[in-house]
Design a protein around this ligand. Structure first.
Ligand code: IPD
Ligand code: CA
Ligand code: CA
Length: 258
């Protein structure tokens, strides 16, 4: 079968992510308009505005592709490919002035994610990969850590707040934190996965996450030698739980509660 080269699409994703990242960086210290505030989440006017900017840039080069975005979808089921966009991953951080958030853009063809681009505008770090190729950070190759002992590991444990996922997450948190060097919670799922790809973190476990949170970073992590298991919990497959790790840690054994 002929391999398709997705380099032009990756360049477009990078251009859109950098454009959106610059837009967010310029507004980081401004007062932000809150469109909706729930118990554990915030929706900003900027979430929507940033997605609109990304979609316009992506459609400039690939007008026939559909978009599945956290802030809304566009295009047809018959489109040859679909962008998966999270305009701000880490909105709560962004709103509270914590400079840990990113723009995440993936491309799916026939249900498979073929490329990912995650851009952290505050650090100017652009993580990218094409499936089957190398993962890169600002053009330099990336590799996961080789740490294989839980006692040496830095692990991210996140958890949702719906449907009992909070209680499960807290029990896991207590169980895992006793076994590892450190627990960290960045507040951005996509950046966390890229940090595992870069060898900074060793594992990530979260029990309620959406496709746009991890689609791009998954390609980057796997291209850097890491692993990700996703178990959907919603009928449309867009929400589920994730276990990601450097490929060396005995993460499943560590998760066993008895
Ligand atoms: C959230 C962040 C957070 C994760 C949540 C996500 P958002 O995305 O990635 O780290 O714990 O599950 O929903 O709402 O900031 O795009
Ligand atoms: Ca997100
Ligand atoms: Ca978001």
């Amino acid at each position: 079968m002929r391999m398709i080269d997705y380099t032009p699409q990756l360049h477009t994703a990078q251009a859109a992510a950098r454009l959106a990242g610059a837009f967010l960086r310029e507004r980081f210290h401004s007062v932000k308009t809150v469109d909706a505030s729930e118990a554990h989440d915030i929706k900003l006017r900027l979430d929507k505005e940033t997605q609109a900017l990304i979609v316009a840039r992506l459609q400039q080069d690939f007008p026939e592709y559909a978009v599945l975005g956290e802030e809304g979808d566009c295009g047809h089921d018959s489109a040859p490919a679909q962008w998966v966009v999270d305009p701000i991953d880490g909105t709560v951080n962004y709103f509270y002035g914590i400079p840990i958030f990113c723009v995440s853009i993936a491309l799916q063809v026939a249900g498979q994610t073929v490329l990912g681009c995650v851009y952290d505008p505050m650090q100017n770090e652009c993580f990218c990969a094409i499936r089957g190729g190398e993962a890169a950070l600002n053009g330099r190759p990336l590799r996961v850590s080789a740490r294989s002992a839980m006692a040496e590991a830095v692990v991210f444990i996140g958890h949702g707040t719906h449907d009992g996922s909070g209680a499960q997450g807290i029990a896991r948190f207590a169980h895992i934190s006793a076994q590892v060097k450190k627990i960290r919670i960045l507040g951005s799922a996509a950046l966390t996965l890229c940090y595992i790809a870069a060898g900074r973190f060793d594992a990530y476990i979260e029990n309620r996450i959406h496709l746009w949170d991890f689609a791009a970073a998954r390609v980057i992590l796997e291209a850097a030698g890491g692993c990700l298991e996703y178990e959907p919990s919603s009928a449309d497959g867009r929400t589920g739980s994730v276990i990601a790790w450097n490929g060396a840690l005995p993460i499943h054994d560590a998760l066993k509660m008895n």
